[in-house]
Design a protein around this ligand. Sequence first.
Ligand code: UGA
Length: 443
Amino acid sequence: MKITVFGTGYVGLVTGTCLADVGHDVVCVDIDRNKIERLVQGDIPIYEPGLESMVLRNVEARRLRFTTDAGMAVEHGVLQFIAVGTPPDEDGSADLQYVLAVASTIGQYMNGYKVVIDKSTVPVGTADKVRDRIESVLAERVADVPFDVCSNPEFLKEGSALEDFTRGARIVVGTDSDRVSDLMRECYAPYNRNREKLMFMSVRAAELTKYAANAMLATKISFMNEIANLAERLGADIEDVRRGIGSDPRIGYHFIYPGCGYGGSCFPKDVQALARTASKVGYEAELLKAVEAVNKRQKSTLFEKLSHALNGELEGKTIAVWGLSFKPETDDMRDAPSRTLMEALWAHGVTVQAYDPEAMKECRRIYGERDDLILVADRIQAVKKADALVICTEWKEFRTLDAEWIRGQLSTPVVIDGRNLFDPQTMALAGVDYYAVGRGKTL
Ligand code: UGA
């Protein structure tokens, strides 16, 4: 099938590449000339395991092309995926200007039937706005070209995006048209062989499904963080509690790991946007607001614990930070807990000595060169001459820590672990002043 994907960010690039990999003829289009030039040269702008080789082999096979030529791109595909960004605007609502700009472009160039597919996470009702926009552009052109708009949200996780795309739990398609259903079925047939994964529903239900899924997962995390904070104060170990509740199949073990707060490009933005959507229709989503508030507070616990452990004496200290990305296997630092921590440390005159396996370039891009940010080549160097260690991301290579060794490295043997990687007892026996999340020591 001929497919066009607008936007070569995370979602667009993964979608276009995976669809090309099963034999579709895909054109990916972006207004960012620089990005397209890099992609044409095989330089992949994001880090995602397995993506680079998949892009290269499909470009080589001429099933995947990158362009800035919107006219050619609209002409190409019967399916037109919109996978551009929907950043939050000031009040937390999703900003639709990029999505609607693509709708205008499609309306401007289309000359035959097209299915316009919202792949980006967009508020309920967006498909109607996309339809209106295309209709008004067609009216200006005095052109009568048939098209349908459908919602097909993605459920990719950064770090396992290819696996999620190819072996995802479900493929949600929001449409009321049989023609669209048939075309979407054909598009996803290679991923729908072993069991029926396609779920057809109304456009609005599909749009809401995406937000509801992320909001539910974010709620589980904030809930566990709240219970962890309680456990800490009540002298219970959250790891025992987690095992205790996870064993109930109605609760389950997934997404109940307490930590230093959720980050990334999806949960924070989507929870806020859904709460805004709710207010706009006259409903105050109290639970969603609490999920967001708990998460905000959780992100500041790393700093609070560190400050407590060092008796508030922070000025002039050097703190080692392990992990900058919002989770392992990505270089993404959007809304990462490490940022809340570092910004608080800098505000208190602290030098950060940080290491991350993938995100150091990104960290430099965000914060630039500054005297109080030293990025080092490995985790060992990060703790050299540091006063204390804070762990923000559970990269595999951080999971082993010789307690005796770390005590010897740090001037005050304080370790703040935002991901519960170690046994508090072992740490205590080795003389490390160890703070985890919901285990043992509290503020
Ligand atoms: C999330 C969803 O998991 C995907 O299903 C969805 O498609 C995606 O958003 C999206 O909307 O595009 P992602 O943001 O890549 O994916 O990352 P997750 O693996 O879900 O992790 C999110 C955050 O939650 C991380 O900061 C992680 O550390 C935290 N987390 C996760 C916890 O603190 N505890 C847990 O038990 C699980």
